[in-house]
Design a protein around this ligand. Structure first.
Ligand code: SF4
Length: 453
């Protein structure tokens, strides 16, 4: 049986795309392997948002070349955002690569791999190579990321509901790599969620670049409800699904119907990942984010008032071009005032062909690094405070399986998306049950279900 190894660099959307490619290849008779040295086909699905992921993937692809000496028929390919952004230039810089497939062509990967492998198997001549590059746009391609395999004991799944983004934040390459917003129909998504529930999934996370602007191009509002809130209602109505999450929303897409949904729909979990990016209005404007720091704070207050105890996490960029000490301190101040449950702090990294990359007043690496370190201290202080405050409380967790760091323990998630590690038994996996939090480290909670049984 022909074997495939897929390595994913990037966000949950990339992970979901890789799952879909694996499923399509599986349907053609390929077997997924965890060890690249066993593979006949190696695919790197690579994010483009940060330079580091691209450099890692390019370095990895360079190293994979030597495997071809052992397996002359080996097919090597790039998929995803970096493939979309760089296209055929990847073949010029890495002539040993056979396949470059962009974000609107995942559904063609199995055909291309079949062709390339057949050619290789038949000729076995290493220098007869016809690389395939397909980074064209394709209408309806958002509907190709659908249905998925559910592993034994899997209780949580990501569901891709749309592709693309129509905004043009100055630092972001996503509109170039993912194209314009395109939504899957509500009925298709609800069907996928029903199938997942029938296979034992208890929690779904709806995925989109601006997930809360879902369907605004394609579907009408109804009874004052946006297409996204209509979709949430449908998904929450699916029997067997106990928790519904979504990521990532944009502050500008939080109209009152969505805020109120947190009061009406109990299955909506108490967690919103709400990217702030900067606490300075001047920098938010330069970033083209479309909101002010004040509007962001008000939105957080409305969410907290609507669903007390809701967790808010965020992304913040430090060192955006032109960011003064005062601008940075505004980010620090809002992070300290809001007290996020967690935050990803990014040092600004210029991306080719984005407006910010050529802006004046690029910030030195030293300054970016020191702001990053300083802001992380603020963020981590709040994370610790929130976790410590949970010690002694009882919370419901969904047990996802073995803990990543210690396979002798199990790990679950609270509704507020906090990880709880505990001593459990196989019967706990996939179940929702209460645990008492007995200890907190800087990032993890430790629980005990036994005291409550
Ligand atoms: S909203 Fe901005 S940051 Fe988010 S994907 Fe679109 S362009 Fe990128």
């Amino acid at each position: 049986m022909r074997c495939v190894f897929i390595k994913t660099y990037g966000c949950q959307m990339n992970e979901r795309d890789s799952e879909q490619v694996a499923k399509m290849l599986g349907e053609r008779g390929y077997r997924m392997v965890a060890d690249e040295s066993e593979a006949d086909v190696i695919l790197l699905n690579t994010c483009s948002v940060r330079d580091m992921a691209e450099q890692k993937a390019i370095g990895k692809m360079g190293m994979l070349r030597k495997l071809r000496k052992l397996r002359p028929h080996l097919v090597l390919g790039y998929l995803g955002c970096m493939a979309q952004a760089r296209g055929g230039s990847l073949i010029e810089t890495s002539p040993h690569v056979d396949l470059v497939v962009g974000t609107q062509k995942f559904h063609r990967v199995a055909d291309y791999v079949d062709d390339l492998l057949r050619c290789r198997m038949e000729s076995l001549i290493d220098d007869v190579r016809r690389p395939i590059v397909d980074v064209d746009e394709e209408e309806g391609s958002q509907r190709a990321i659908n249905g998925q395999e559910v592993a034994d004991g899997q209780c949580s799944a990501f569901v891709s509901i749309m592709q693309g983004c129509n905004r043009h934040c100055a630092f972001c390459i996503v509109p170039q790599t993912r194209g314009r917003e395109r939504a899957r129909p509500i009925v298709e998504i609800a069907d996928e969620v029903r199938t997942l529930a029938a296979r034992g999934v208890r929690e779904v996370t709806l995925l989109g670049q601006i997930v809360n602007l879902y369907g605004r191009q394609e579907f009408p509002s109804r009874d004052g409800l946006s297409p996204f809130v209509q979709l949430l209602e449908e998904v929450c109505a699916v029997d067997g699904i106990e928790r519904v999450r979504f990521t990532s929303p944009h502050p500008i897409g939080f109209d009152s119907d969505l805020v109120e949904a947190f009061a009406r729909l109990p299955k909506l979990a108490e967690h919103v990942h709400l990217p702030l990016q900067s606490g300075s209005d001047r920098i938010l404007k330069a970033m083209r984010r479309g909101y002010t720091a004040g509007a962001f704070s008000q939105l957080v207050e409305r969410l907290r008032a609507t669903r007390p105890g809701i967790a808010i996490t965020t992304d913040i960029i430090v060192g955006f071009p032109g960011e003064t000490d005062g601008d940075y301190l505004a980010s620090r101040e809002i992070a300290d005032r809001i007290g996020f449950d967690n935050a990803f702090v990014f040092r600004y990294s210029p991306r080719q062909n984005t407006p910010a990359a050529t802006m004046d007043n690029q910030i030195s690496e030293d300054v970016r690094e020191s702001r990053n370190k300083d802001l992380l201290e603020v963020v981590n202080r709040h994370v610790s405070l929130k976790l410590d405050a949970m010690v002694g409380t009882d919370v419901d967790i969904l047990c996802e399986g073995k803990s990543r760091n210690n396979p002798d323990r199990l790990s679950g998630r609270t509704r507020t998306n906090k990880i709880v590690v505990f001593e459990g038994a196989p019967r706990h996996v996939g179940e929702i049950f209460p645990v008492r939090i007995v200890r907190a480290s800087s990032s993890t909670l430790y629980g005990d279900p036994a005291v409550l049984e």
